[in-house]
Design a protein around this ligand. Sequence first.
Ligand code: NAD
Ligand code: WQD
Length: 344
Amino acid sequence: MILVTGGAGYIGSHTCVELLNAGFDITVFDNFCNSNPEALARVERISGRKMGLIEGDCRDHASLVAALKKCKANAVIHFAGLKAVGESVAQPLSYYDNNVVGTLRLLQAMQECDVKTLVFSSSATVYGDPVQLPLTEDHPLAPTNPYGRSKLMVEEILRDLHHSDNTLRISILRYFNPVGAHASGLIGEDPQGIPNNLMPFVAQVAVGRREALSVWGNDYPTPDGTGVRDYIHVVDLAHGHLKALEALEASQSAQVNKSGQCLIVNLGTGLGYSVLDVVQAFEKASGRSIPYRIAPRRPGDIASCYADPKRAFALLDWKAKLGLEEMCASSWHWQCTNPKGYQS
Ligand code: NAD
Ligand code: WQD
């Protein structure tokens, strides 16, 4: 049984589908602060399987212990956390509380219940402004905002914890830019208010909910002057979690001395696309035009960021399979069938 914290969220819900499809039994632990229980009903519809649900907060140690015991978890995938960079600058305490304290409570609860396997959602944001590209996992870590620092703090806690108990099996996954939606059109990203991220904003322009996209800067040292990112399809990302879990389980059965591991792996495609590449691909996928205007750079943005994904292939046998076309097509399908997200 796997406890999936934050399983009702964007990446969590897509991962739940793949876990259920692969035959895992799962229980979601979520406080729904940035998600809707409807997502879980749809996960069950897509997979044709049932899952457990415990409504609770990761900062509440007693709820976590009760949840781990109730569902007899032998592994945890930890998605729960806050993720908006701008909000983290305005409300750092809330980010350190949810992301760092929440994870600390989870680790204490896991220790108490003797659960030794963890997959953790980290982010490429821990690298900060790239010194060299593509970003390998040993690139220096220098996040530039409280959100990124909260992820780095958790990574450091996990490394220290593994050092203290090397029977733990931990996978730290550094996601690049997750986009897209499940092919069914039933689950997808459902941002509250005005989207901060490019792809959901573009989708809302295409569907007529927003007038035009502001392209934050066209004077970066990139081929067309706009920011370059490594967009990764959320379904590929979900598969990466299964592969990480399988790699940790394999290490458990293979090693007679019960020694665990602490893997740190990038989950990206290795390809960089500019803002205008995304606009063009989305226009093609949707058959709609995406009006845009060039606006000043967004403070804190970097020019380019893309992964070296070799380690994920070597250690997890995982590689992204879906391209920008599928990312835009699935985003558009989700947007059209659910113009107001789960409220539709
Ligand atoms: P999301 O907001 O859609 O999902 C997070 C889920 O966690 C939500 O269901 C929310 O209700 C829940 N949650 C938040 N705080 C909680 C708490 N204290 N207790 C219980 N539940 C709580 O976000 P997502 O995009 O699915 O991201 C999942 C994880 O991946 C996050 O940790 C995020 O930081 C990380 N990540 C996301 C991105 C991205 O761009 N989406 C990139 C890199 C890393
Ligand atoms: C992509 C590109 C923008 C919106 C953020 C977090 C990161 C990670 C993923 C969690 C950039 C440009 C965007 C718009 C634009 N999250 N853009 N107009 O900034 O790479 O990463 O989400 O871990 O931590 O920082 O993603 O989608 O916001 O931006 O021109 O309205 O699109 O400038 O070049 P980003 P994004």
